[in-house]
Design a protein around this ligand. Structure first.
Ligand code: ISL
Length: 560
């Protein structure tokens, strides 16, 4: 297929797919223990298929003490009992494939749980054969080996009495980092990866995969609070190219790296096709670095990543996941314009370049939550940050209010299936409170309404199956001077789409680009998020302006 600028685009199933993220512990509980599980997920596969989904990303289901909700693995070859059994997993995979969907698993190999037998052996003695599978250092001047801080703790080091040394952890002290310099450890990881790929899974989402390599010598840093020193260090690409040689290239799979701290240029080093490392990535220049909606900043980010990846990389598009507050609350309007806003954000994510990710519940416009007490929160990151702030003299109520908007628990409240007890998620006591708005916002209501957010996602996703321009079309920003209107085109061969989005609570005007003012009379509105006529019929001021209602989103096909 020729690209609009005459370069050939390599087509691939994972470039054309829409991915649905299942945070299983909050998705559907089949056995009434208050946790979602694999059998509950199996009950809801038709619901996911009906949305038009191609790939399911399943958060970690491995044996774990669950200090970080499964991102602290104690056995890579066992299923955590609260999720189910290996037999449940195998049945799930068969059913997913029977529905012509694919399943990618979460690969967490930067660290394990401190309860993993490998770590228990490693910590047992200085000369244990697995000592070097983790990162151990003697202290310095009565303190840790250096001044780095971790994602979840004031220090990346924890002292271990047993051998009088410190071990390294990029996250919680319960999550010791593996030492990827150890070739034996790497081979053991590759063996585990082959085990899961030989089960028939269709790929991996790779947890903080750019953290595997550490700065040589672990020198002190001038800015401990800026933890980007944890990632993108010398040797990381050698590891990923070895992983590709040893495992990835031998399977028809999809790999998406979770890659914090990267610019577009650095990101391309992980996903450029010729480098044979990963297929695609999540960057965090929005989710980690843009606390609230900022259209100018977002447009700049989209343009720089598109320009860098245009011919040899492949991006992902997301605004929320299990770590980041629900998008309609964080970046949209979850009040008077919740429905329009949810549809607008979906339109944006699905029409920008890259593979779009749907986080469970965003397809019905689920919102963030403000629990009244710190005791209602379950997330280890929230509790560690809360404790650290209080130790620094923070006032409990003030600290809670400050942490609430970006708490990871905003996205971890259970799926809202209906307006009955516990939103139909469980017959038991849910592991985390249900969002109190479940009576108004739930699947049952959305499935019953023609103009629901769910129905809009169905139409949006179905467009992708019919129009390659949505997948492979070149991107160009067409926004005018209006601060709240984001407009852009996607063009491929003879087809051009114009997407126009009003990211505000008030009406806005969008001046059509001059080259299209006469052509626009023939434009067709393929999808819009209001029930009235598309904004095209509102052309006023001589037919060159669109009059956009609050949070109005429209996709036009501009026919030559
Ligand atoms: O949560 C974040 C910011 O609030 C993210 O930066 C996130 O911690 C980071 O992207 C790494 O996330 C991944 O690894 C963590 C785990 O807690 C997260 O759930 C996982 O998505 C450690 O495995």
């Amino acid at each position: 297929m020729n690209h609009s600028d005459n370069r050939t685009v390599n087509r691939a199933w994972w470039k054309e797919a829409v991915v649905y993220q299942v945070y299983w512990r909050s998705f559907m509980d089949a056995n009434g223990d208050g946790y979602g599980d694999l059998q509950g997920l199996m009950q809801k596969l038709d619901y996911i298929k009906r949305l038009g989904i191609d790939v399911i990303w399943l958060n970690p289901i491995y044996e774990s003490p669950d200090k970080d909700n499964g991102y602290d693995i104690a056995d890579y070859y066992q299923i955590i009992p609260k999720a189910g059994t290996m037999e449940d997993f195998r049945k799930l995979l068969v059913k997913v494939h029977e529905l012509d969907m694919k399943l990618i698993m979460d690969l967490v190999v930067n660290h394990t749980s401190y309860a993993h037998p490998w770590f228990e052996e490693s910590r047992s003695s200085l000369d244990n054969p697995k000592r070097d599978w983790y990162i151990w250092k003697p202290g310095k001047e009565e303190g840790p080996p250096n001044n780095w801080r971790s994602y979840f703790e004031p220090s990346t080091w924890t002292y271990d009495e047993q051998t009088g040394e410190y071990y390294f952890h990029s996250f919680a002290k319960e999550q010791p980092d593996l030492n990827w310099e150890n070739a034996e450890l790497r081979q053991e990881i590759y063996r585990m990866m082959r085990f899961w790929l030989d089960q028939g899974i269709d790929g991996f989402r790779m947890d903080v995969i750019n953290l595997l390599a550490k700065i040589p010598g672990f020198p002190d840093t001038e800015w401990p609070e800026h933890i980007d020193y944890l990632g993108n260090n010398p040797g990381i690409h050698d590891y990923l190219q070895e992983m590709n040689r040893e495992v990835l290239r031998h399977y028809n799979i999809m790999t998406v790296g979770e890659i914090p701290f990267v610019t577009p240029e650095d990101g391309l080093l992980y996903v450029a096709e010729k480098r044979q490392e990963l297929h695609t990535l999540f960057h965090f220049q929005v989710a980690d670095d843009m606390p609230a909606w900022d259209l100018d900043r977002y447009r700049h980010i989209q343009a720089t990543w598109h320009d860098a990846f245009r011919h040899e990389g492949w991006n992902s598009q997301f605004l929320n996941n299990h770590d980041h507050t629900r998008q309609v609350t964080r970046y949209g309007n979850d009040g008077a314009y919740r429905v329009q806003s949810a549809k607008l954000l979906a339109t944006m994510i699905h029409t920008l370049p890259g593979t779009p990710y749907v986080f469970q519940g965003e397809e019905i416009g689920m919102t963030g939550v403000d629990f009244p007490s710190i005791d209602d929160y379950q997330d280890i990151a929230m509790h560690n940050k809360y404790r650290e702030a209080l130790e620094k003299g923070g006032a409990p109520d003030q600290v809670l209010r400050e942490l609430q908007p970006l708490s990871r628990d905003n996205s971890r409240t259970p799926m809202q299936w209906n307006g009955e007890q516990h939103a139909g998620f469980t017959t038991g006591q849910p592991w985390i409170q249900i969002n109190p708005n479940y009576a108004e916002i739930n699947v049952e209501r959305d499935l019953a309404a023609q103009d629901s957010i769910y129905a809009y996602y169905q139409r949006l996703i179905s467009l992708r199956k019919m129009h390659n321009v949505m997948v492979y079309g070149d991107y160009a920003d067409q926004s005018g001077g209006e601060a709240h209107v984001y407009a852009y085109t996607r063009s491929l061969e003879e087809e051009t789409w114009l997407v126009v989005l009003n990211h505000s609570d008030v009406q806005q005007l969008y001046e059509l680009p001059a080259p299209w003012q006469d052509r626009f009379q023939h434009a067709r509105a393929l999808l819009h998020n209001y029930d009235g006529p598309p904004a095209k019929d509102k052309v006023e001021l001589g037919g060159t302006c669109l009059q956009l209602r609050p949070h109005e989103a429209v996709i036009y096909s501009i026919i030559d």
